[in-house]
Design a binder for this molecule. Structure first.
Ligand SMILES: [Zn+2]
Length: 120
């Protein structure tokens, strides 16, 4: 685990392949760090959610997608209807963008079944 993307540069200095998970929890510096690692000849593999619970692009994923040579977008299965799901439905009442360690507070939903919780 790292506190900031810059720590990855030091940790990965002797590595050929770097894997980064939960990229949506990093600051926007992650895109620059990944770019530096790739410029240094390393293979960089990044995974993360591309949308927050409202369906809004989740920084820094858009910057990573724009700079990546290859992108694989995987889908879950909507728990409501069984169709391919690319959204995250929050099932608890909070409007914080990130609720860490709350995997039971989210479920996969398709575009049709996803809704944005009311503010307030
Ligand atoms: Zn659905």
């Amino acid at each position: 685990m790292v506190e900031s993307p810059q720590e990855i540069l030091e940790l990965a200095k002797d590595s050929q392949v770097v894997g980064i998970d939960e990229a949506q929890f990093f600051s926007e510096d992650l895109a620059d760090v990944c770019n530096k690692l790739a410029d240094d000849g390393k293979r960089v593999i990044v995974a993360g959610l591309d949308q927050d619970y409202r369906g809004i692009p989740f920084e820094p994923i858009p910057q990573l997608l724009a700079r990546a040579e290859y992108i694989t977008k995987t889908l879950a299965i909507c728990v409501n209807c069984g169709n391919p799901a690319d959204r995250t439905q929050r099932t608890i009442a909070t409007h914080d963008r990130v609720v860490v360690g709350a995997s039971d507070s989210y479920e996969a939903r398709c575009r049709k079944c996803h809704y944005i919780p009311e503010e307030g």
